[in-house]
Design a protein. Sequence first.
Length: 553
Amino acid sequence: MTNKEFADILLPNVKHTWEEYEKMYPQRNLKEGAIVTRYAPSPTGLPHMGNLFQCFIAKSFARQTDGLFFIRIEDTDTERTVENGTSKILNVLKDFNITFDEGMINDTEEKGSYGPYMQSKRKDIYWAYAKKLIEEGNAYPSFATKEELEEIRKEQEKSKQRLGYYGRWAKDRFISKEDAVNRIKNGEKFVLRLKSPGDFYKTVVLNDLIKGKIELPENDIDEVIIKKDGLPTYHFAHAIDDHLMHTTHVIRGDEWVSSTNKHIQFFSMLGFKPPKYAHIAPLMKVDEETGNKRKISKRKDPEFGLTYYHENGIPIEAVMIYLATITNSNFEAWFDCNKDASIEDFKFEFKKIGSSGGTSYDLPKLFNISKNYLSKLTKDEIYNRIVDYSKEFDKEFYDLLVKYEDYSKEVFNIEREQKKPRKDYATYADAKKQIWYMYDELFDKYKETYEFQNINNKEEVKTILNTYINKYFDEKDDKDTWFNKIKELSSELGYASEVKEYKNNPDLYKGHVGDISMVLRVALTTKSMTPDLYEIMKLLGKDRMNERFSKIY
Ligand code: GLU
């Protein structure tokens, strides 16, 4: 029996030969240096921050080289596949502006001419290449049952040998073709395995674009290539798919580094040129309890999940700027100098991506970026975003924002739309936490105890408030006039109108203008720190101010 006849028995009814597939997926027509890369998730759950980081990096390199970023769904582990897994993944990523040039567009449809982009639909392709390996004598059927494999494992453990199906342990290597065919005719189930030519005591060098030179032992395990269900294993499919889809760069998490010896071997045995590899170190944070750096994790860190950002009102743009910041350490300085530039204008480099120690993922830093980002939005933009957020997460605030639209825009405009805007909202949720006192409906509910700081005599506070509202406050005043009046009020009541003056002659005064302003501020907001008091008063207006003053005692 020839190898070809054998292959036809093992894998019957294959529609095309591997040579035909080679012709069906010609070189891509892209310019020199264009990076073709992919995201290859299993449809088993939702993407997390690590996945988003990976996609961000991959997409950035594809874009900046006029290359291409596609999505391939690796669903060969049918037991773990979840319902609508693909569209769930696509939707989460789309919220972060991660879209693909080719690949699946929902659970069943796809775009691009290098598909199918879902591995379960590529069975014939894998079989064609598995046949190539069988014909060349590089793959064989293995009938070992679970129990037999378990037996091998136990023996290896007992004799302190390396685990796995290799060398003399790979017994089915030695089954003759005729025997194999008989067993198949008797209905025995089999997998196909690679006949690995590797020598564990030799090394294979991986020139990783991020991690540099990595030496791995050659793979000598007879890896399964086609499982009992006829579907390929991940390792085998990776080589074939990335070859036919003309992936130039495999950018993925570094948990795959140790398998790369297998992948390089598959590429070589199939006669393919291997892609370049860039393995990304995990995101790390300092553990609050131990003070040690550790990987961020689904179980311990809510920020690892991508719904966290939406639920907490963290703008996507800030997340993306943050990801750019942790991708290349020189991004931040560049972005500071190029205020109007966008992330797309920056040229990322593989060798500047953090390798060994992992990449620090630091929420406070993200919040800082977010404050900066939100401070630059116009009053209309921030209003719309806070409305959208509140609509979903804070009905009480949403109703007020809609009811008092113009007023709310002015509230958000306090110290905004100016050269150095105030940077106090890190999230859309922060808005209400900070300016609830601008709404009478919220004031009564959230007001704090009045702490007037230096002036705490009830009668004195009353005098200050009454004199101010009756004699000095005028809604029409400009800011200078407004402030001069507070100074006049201070002098009238025995307070220094300049802080310096008070410091030089503290015995001459009851206090200074700052103390007076504090009383006014606290009386209106119950807070000792607020944005510009002039703006606050202007927006509240005399009647509402009067009302708040009169309710204090
Ligand atoms: N399907 C693999 C995963 O789930 C893809 C690994 C790769 O990118 O090569 O991570």
